[in-house]
Every structure is written in C-alpha cells, then in structure tokens.
Design a protein around this ligand. Sequence first.
Ligand code: ME8
Length: 670
Amino acid sequence: MTNRFYVTTPIYYINDVPHLGTAYTTIAADVLARYHRLRGDETRFLTGTDEHGLKIQRVAAEQGLDPQVYADGLSAKFRAAWPRLGCAPDDFIRTTEERHMRGAQKLWSTIKDAGHIYLGHYEGLYCVACEAYYTEKELALTPGLCPVHKTPVETVKEESYFFKLSAFQDKLLAYYEAHPDFVRPAGRFNEVKSFVKEGLQDLSVSRTTFNWGVPVPGDDRHVMYVWFDALSNYMTSLSAPEDNTRFWPAIHFVGKDILRFHAIFWPAFLMAAGIELPKQIFAHGFLTYCGEKMSKTLRNTISPVELAEAISPTVGVDTVRYCLMRAIAFGQDGDFAIKDVLQRYESELGNNLGNLLNRVKPFTKEVLPAGEPGQPEADLLQAVTRTVDAAAKAFDDLNPTGAITIIFEVLTLANTYINDTAPWIAHKKGDLKRVATIMSPLLVVLEVASVLLAPVMPQVAARVREQLALAPIDWSKHEALWPFTLPVRPEGLVVKGGDQLFPRMEPEKIEALIKAFSPPPKSTDVTEAAPATTPSTTETTVTAAPAEATEPRVRAPIEAMPTISYEDFARLDLRVGIVVAAEKVKKKDKLLDLRVDTGDAAPRRIVAGLAAAYTPEQILGKRVVVLCNLAPRDFGKGLVSEGMILAASDEASLKVLGVDGEKIAGAKVS
Ligand code: ME8
C-alpha cells in the first residue's frame, strides 16, 4: 500500500509580505514533505493565502484599491517567495479562488443541513488583526487591548449565524482521549483540553458588517466568518481542480497562536459535517526578535529572501533553512540573532560539513582499489547505519531539529576518523591502497549525508552530490532514496570536486551582515553606555561610521537661502511617520508609492522619489520625518501625494531623515 503524507501550513494573511516568521512554518512543512518524498511516500504539501475579512478590506480601502486587486498583488508575493526559499508546495490555494469559495460553501451547507448552524445575534470584543472575538477574561492582563497584537479591541454587535460548538464539547473531549497524539506538543494539547473542559460557547460564523468574504449560501447579506472560510482550505484544495481527496487526513503545521482554531473549531466543523478529522496538529513556537514575536503587526520582521541573498547567492537559502530548523527545537520559541546564524555557518556548516568534503577531495581524484577495512572503518559505517535509522525516526516524529543533530554527529565522527587515520601520512608514503581504504567509508558518509540533509538543504545536497559525481535527486519521482541500505560506490567513479561549499566570510562581510540584520539600537543605548574611560561598542560604532567614506568628499558650494521668521517655520506641520506599506510605481523607476502612518485616522499616501535609494522592503517600517501640510501633488493616473518625506542628499547618496528612539507615529517634529 502506498504511504501518503499530506502536510499543510496556515494560509497566510496578506496584510504584508512574507517574513522570517511565516517562512519558518513554510520551511518546516517543506522539510517534512521532502523527507517523505525521499521515503517514497506519495506526498502533498499545501500552502496559500487567506484573503478575506475586515482586516484585508480595510487595508485595501486605505490604499484606495479594490480588495481583489490588493489581494492579487500581495498573494503573488507569497507565491513567489516560497520557491526563493527552496520550498516546493504542490498547491497554493487562495481563498478568493472560485474553487475554494465553492468548497467552503459546500462545507457550510453540509453542516447547516445537518442542523448545526442557526441564526442569532452577537455582541463582543473583537480584534481585527486576529479576526477573533475575545472574552473579558482573556483580556484581563491587557484590558481593552488584544493580548497578541496589543492593539485596541472593538465592540461589535451584529446578526450572525452560529455554529453549535457547545454541542461538540463532549465529543471533542472523547476524541482527544482516544487520540493522545492528535495535538502536539503534549503541553499544548493539555492547554486545549483544559480550554474545552471549561465549556464551549456557540461560535459566531458569519458577518454582516462587511462584505469581503465568501457569501453564506442562501443568505447573501452575510459573509462567512473568515476562520470558517480559511480553515476549509485544507479540504477545498483537495477537491479541485482535480480530485486529491485520497490525501486526507492532513498534518497541520501551525504557530501556537492559532492552535485553538485548528484543534477545537476545525475538528468540530469536520465532526458536524461527518468528515474524518486531521491526523495531527502540530503547534510550533514563535520566532522572536529581541524577545518579541516577529510579526507584521509589531513591525519587527526580517525578509528571509534578503537575508538568504545577503549571506550567499549559492548557499544562503540553505543556511537560513538550516539555522531555522536547527536552532529552534520544533515546538519551542527561539530568538533570531544574526550572530548565531554566522556562527553556525562557520562552525557547523563550514568546519564540519564543508570541511569533511574538502578533506576527502584531494585523496579521491582517482579510483584506487581499497584494502580490507579495519575496525575504525567498520565503526564509522556502523555509525552511519545507526544515523540513517535515527534520523528517519526523528523526522517521522516531526523533529527536524533532532534529525539534523543526529546527522551532524556522524559528520563530526567522520572528521575525527580522518584525524585518527591520517590519510596524508599513507599518501606521503605512497601507500595508495591504504589511502583508498581510509577514504572508502568517508565517501559513504558523504553520499548518505547528501540524502539525509536534502530535506533541510536541498541545494547544498545537490552541490555535494555534484562534487561526488553522483546523479542529482529527482524530486518529481516518488522514489524511495532513504539509504537504509548503505550505498556502494560504483567502480570507476572519481570525485569531481568543486568550489568550497561554505567559503569563509571576509570580516567586512560579517560586519555588514551584522549591521544589516541586527535590531536598531535602542535610544537609551548611548546614555546607558559604559563609562567614558572604557570605549563601549556604541562608541566604537559611532566613531567608526565616518571612516566608511574612505576618500574625503568635496562638498559643492552651498547657496544660502533667504532668512525666514520663526512664524514661517512654525507653519510647517512636521511629524514622525512610520512607513506601513511600500511598493514601486510601475513605469516610474524613481518613485515609491508609500503609505505612511502619521497619526491620522488612516495612513496617508506619499509618492516619494526614493526608489533609487531604497527598495520597498528597505523603507518599510522606517520612522521618517514627514511634511504633512504640503499641498497635494498629482503625479497623474490617480497618484496623488499627500506630503513629503524629508531626506538628505549629496552626490553620493540619498538618505531619509530618521528620528532617534521609538517615537510614535504623529509625534511633532519642531
Ligand atoms: O493566522 N514565528 O495568518 P498569519 C513563527 N490567516 N511562526 C510565525 C511567526 C513567528 N514569529 N509569525 C507568523 C493567520 N508565523 C491565518 C491562518 S489558517 C486556516 C489561517 C506563522 O498570516 C505561524 O505559523 O497571521 C502562524 O500560525 C502563522 O504564521 C500565522 O499567519
């Protein structure tokens, strides 16, 4: 019987572009999907975008865009980002697609026909960013504010369809009891059980206050609650365009923030519709940045593609994948730190994996008959066999961190084996048979590693295989390649060699990476720096900065402007603004189309000639100084700028003016 594996990520909200946090889930799902492909399982990996709801309708309106046009643009960014991170989903579903809307309506009708949906009224405290209601109790620690986003909740009252969630309390508890691995990790499963035991209330599953959603079948005054719509994607993707329903049930990978929706609501909907429940729901932890969840709303995100490209055009993507999977035990929280990434690049990837390949290359350029293997050779091969089994167990157990640790242990053993057997001595003596004997298990280690590491580092694995003169892995075939039987190297196959896998980084590059991907220093850093007698890091950075300009730059003569009165100056409405959205203007390569939060009811549109100096990703989230009462300027085709961002320019560059510290949007500049 064919084994099947169906893994899903959450479908991401499109209120911004993908970041390292969302990449974390997607990469984890890709790693597991690739592992199953290598096991020969029929595998399906689904991701996509969640495009309905008030949040999206509002952002689109703020940008003066039709929600569908807005959704098309943002969804395309998600679709394009994943292959650039080595991820190969089998399907990318969008909730605005016809196939999905039809599927969601079918699920609704099945549940309604079974008598589990009724019409009523709802009043509650709603967080638009979560698209969820909160009880007073849940807001006890953050009165009036969403506990996740720290933004105000709104009181919402509306006619609504309700799902009879209360009727599923006992059924859910019985199911949990019978399926002890339904939710993992176990600690989170306990939280889910406690929540259900406290009692479930019926769930409001439709909205009338906005219309950007899937119409409720038979009552188009209502659109479906975005979570009802979104959760159904895991099934709707299987029904169209072709029938893939054989893949159900799925394993859902989700962040811990949305576990309740997946472990309570979703199973209850499925029970109500008479559909088999998911195989498992795995809630992983948060990727944090300086201890805070990396999130679009908190504006502390890092672009994974930019990070990967900055590390290396060849192995940057796999370095990012490796670090995310290795550094953060799957299920726990973990902080992103560029220094940690650089350290792993050098010590684990460079000094262990890269070094092993390098050390083998000089002794394997020709085919030589090997002698009888001795104890060290036999020991190493046994360790490889154990590694193949143990890594498979770890991946089967959804523990990529464990799998990587196990695989790297055998690489360390192989490096120690080279130290102990010292092939260079035999080589110097001209004992080439001994050299070949020593090399023989090392070639097995490297070939096996090129498969075992392929789920996490597909491009690096391909490079290792190329250098070893092995055929590339064909991911499109569901071929069982996991080396439970150790490979035998064909006679006559010499090692091709090639560039270093992880070349040592120059100190300047390391410094530039640290600078680019470290959090901005807090405003207090300068005043809290070490006493003046000891040079502090802050001081070093400050004094080092002017040295960047190696040649003294000659300033053009300045033409003084006429003097103005203080009253003239006071008429300028200068404020701190935060760039909340940015994109290039088509066919105008100097312009960026920005939305800047200047403390007004809605972000203002500013069209700025900054495209040569900043990419949209670089300017996003920046605190800038905005002249807010400048007369609007029309750039044509509806492109009207409502202010000006102050920037300093000389012949060399153009830089926007920032503000020290974390001043709020709208803070007065004078
Ligand atoms: O919740 N660390 O979408 P979303 C780890 N549309 N994972 C993170 C993360 C971080 N800092 N930030 C985001 C939604 N994620 C809904 C889902 S599914 C039917 C609907 C990941 O764009 C994590 O998987 O807010 C989290 O659960 C998901 O992105 C939330 O993405």
